[in-house]
Write a protein that binds this ligand. Sequence first.
Ligand code: AMP
Length: 181
Amino acid sequence: MRMVLLGAPGVGKGTQATFLCKRHGWKHLATGDMLREGIAEGTLLGLKAKEAMSRGDLVEDDVILELIEKTLDGIKGAGYVLDGFPRTLAQARGLDEMLEKRAENLDRVVLLTADTEVVVERMVLRGRVDDTPETVRHRLEVYENSTRPLIGFYEPKGILRRVDGVGKIEEIHERIESALA
Ligand code: AMP
């Protein structure tokens, strides 16, 4: 299974990706986690990402695409869940090109849905450093402007499924499993 978890920041993509990967032995590919690791370790990647991340802006597409390409090279053949990538149309097109080169395709894009109040509350509760009220508001705007258009990109391909992201973690997990079947 090669899949994308799509949805607003705070909708629970990371939690659900962890569940899915544990159950199926897939790789959890979370660009946000990789960038935070880069910042913590002071790598070049971290340097490139730091400012944009602290503002709640997106890191440049080229930086992200290079990161994903390297990651895919390192996990040859394994199933994976992409969490937080792609976030722009340019990234989605870049992913398509990478997959084409590898003679692979994306099996599913699962869109997790929740009302704005729910995702804001979840972000406030997790209390990450980039979760200040201003950046939270800004990240939601960035999602609307840059990432929501991906729905229209994947829908015609017939691989998009919408899953209600509100409820108990286990219930949402089972909904996603059904959407993958
Ligand atoms: P996340 O952990 O997915 O919420 O990502 C945290 C932050 O990392 C985002 O607000 C962006 O600044 C950056 N980021 C993560 N993934 C991407 C991506 N695919 N494209 C651009 N920026 C990203």
